[in-house]
Design a protein around this ligand. Structure first.
Ligand SMILES: [Zn+2]
Length: 149
């Protein structure tokens, strides 16, 4: 089987989108980016817990989480960095860790995202960083993507 290679001789992308590995959320995250942001080219690494991986990263040159940032930024010249955390994230112990207090869970993830932004900003001060929280909505029928300030 052959599939057309759309990016022949293209070595730069607009953005980097970091998501959690969770199968319940990454496709929808991809759909959100493609439909809502207008960003056409982006690296799309996923790590358990997304912001969690950044927040637990080290300064070692082989740190996997930081490589997920440095390769898109340094090699692919990405200008924007989007970090997406989601509700009921198993890497954080899921919603049960918050006794199903959804507001507390959301606040926690917002803080995690802000922490990750600070870490990334330290190394890549010139990048635009967008934080998103993927929240279950409509009795878990939908996923709503909320921008975090
Ligand atoms: Zn997750």
């Amino acid at each position: 089987m052959k599939i057309p290679f759309k990016f022949k001789d293209v070595h730069s992308c607009e953005a980097l989108v970091l998501t959690c590995i969770d199968f319940r959320f990454w496709r929808e995250s991809l759909e959100y980016i493609e439909k809502e942001t207008g960003i056409k080219t982006f690296d799309f690494p996923s790590l358990p817990g997304s912001a969690k991986a950044i927040n637990e990263s080290t300064d070692e040159p082989n740190d996997l989480a930081m490589q997920c940032i440095s390769v898109p930024c340094d090699l692919h010249h990405a200008k924007k960095i989007i970090i997406i955390n989601h509700e009921d994230c198993g890497a954080y112990g899921g919603s049960k860790m918050f006794n199903n207090d959804r507001e507390a869970e959301q606040k926690f993830h917002e803080n995690e995202l802000r922490k990750a932004r600070d870490i990334v900003k330290n190394k890549y001060s010139d990048k635009e960083i967008i934080l998103l929280y993927a929240k279950l909505a409509d009795n878990k029928e939908n996923i709503e993507f909320l921008e975090v300030e």
